[in-house]
Design a protein around this ligand. Structure first.
Ligand code: PRT
Ligand code: MG
Length: 212
C-alpha cells in the first residue's frame, strides 16, 4: 500500500492533475466527504487528508510514504527524514514582510529599532532578520497574522502573499520579499528504498506532468 498525505484546499486541488498523470484518481472529494482516508481507483494507493503543516510529520514517521507540502511548511519543519525530489510548482505564493500602510519600515530598520514581528513562520522570520542583522521580538501566531499590526500586537508580520488582496483589505503593505514559495513532493526515505518499484514510476509521472 502506498499512502499519500495531502491537505484540503489548494494543495489537494492542484495535486489532483499530477495524480491523474500517474494514473491515480481520488474516488471521493475531501471538501464534501468527512473521511480522512480516501480510496483511489488503485487498490494499492490511498490518500490521507491532514493539516498542511502536519504533512511533513506524517511522511517523516512513515505514516505516509509521500506527501505534498509548501516550502514554507518545510522550512519550519526542517525536513528531517524527508527526501524532496520534486518542486511541483503548485500553490505558488511569496513569503513577505508587511507593515501598516503608514509605518516607516526603512527608518525603523535603519535606526536599529527592535521590531516586533508576528508570524506563524518563526524559523523563516528568525533566519531572515538575523541575516539582515535586525533585532526582532518574534510573536508566534497560528493564523490571521494581518491583524497583528492593526491592533498593536506587532510592528510587522511575516506571511504568505499571493494576490495581495488580504494585505490591501487590511491597509498593510509588503516591504520585503523573503522567498518565492511553491509546494514540493516529499518522500519518506525508507519507503523510497523499500517500495521503490511502486514509488519510482509515480515520481517519474509527476516529474513529466509538472507545469513550468
Ligand atoms: O488553512 P490552515 O490553517 O489549515 O493551513 P494552511 O494555511 O497552512 O493551509 P492552506 O491549505 O491554506 O495552504 C497550504 C499551502 O498553500 C501553504 O503552506 C502555502 O505553501 C500555499 N499557499 C499559496 C498559501 C497561499 N498561496 C496563500 N495565499 N497559503 C496561504 N495563503 C494565505 C496567506 O497566509 C494570507 O493569509 O492567503 C492569504 C493571502 O492571500 P492573498 O491572495 O490575499 O494575497
Ligand atoms: Mg490557510
Amino acid at each position: 500500500m502506498i499512502t499519500i498525505a495531502l491537505s484540503k484546499g489548494r494543495i489537494f486541488e492542484e495535486t489532483l492533475p499530477l495524480l491523474e498523470a500517474a494514473g491515480i484518481n481520488a474516488l471521493e472529494d475531501p471538501e464534501s466527504s468527512r473521511k480522512l482516508i480516501l480510496s483511489t481507483n488503485r487498490a494499492d494507493v490511498r490518500l490521507i487528508i491532514v493539516r498542511a503543516s502536519d504533512v511533513p510529520t506524517y511522511v517523516q514517521y512513515g505514516a505516509a510514504d509521500l506527501g505534498v507540502a509548501g516550502k514554507d511548511v518545510l522550512n519550519e519543519h526542517g525536513g528531517t527524514g524527508l527526501y524532496q525530489p520534486l518542486d511541483l510548482n503548485i500553490a505558488r505564493c511569496r513569503m513577505m514582510v508587511a507593515v501598516r500602510d503608514g509605518f516607516d519600515y526603512e527608518s525603523a530598520v535603519r535606526q536599529g529599532a527592535r521590531l516586533r514581528v508576528a508570524t506563524k513562520y518563526v524559523q523563516t522570520a528568525r533566519a531572515h532578520f538575523a541575516a539582515k542583522g535586525v533585532h526582532v521580538d518574534l510573536i508566534k501566531l497560528y493564523g490571521s497574522m494581518e491583524l497583528g499590526p492593526l491592533v498593536g500586537l506587532s510592528d510587522a508580520i511575516v506571511d504568505l502573499v499571493s494576490s495581495g488582496n488580504t494585505l490591501k483589505a487590511n491597509h498593510l503593505k509588503a516591504v520585503e520579499h523573503i522567498q518565492d514559495i511553491s509546494s514540493r513532493l516529499v518522500v519518506n526515505q525508507a519507503a523510497l528504498k523499500l517500495k521503490h518499484a511502486a514509488i519510482q514510476p509515480m515520481l517519474d509521472a509527476f516529474a513529466k506532468a509538472i507545469k513550468k
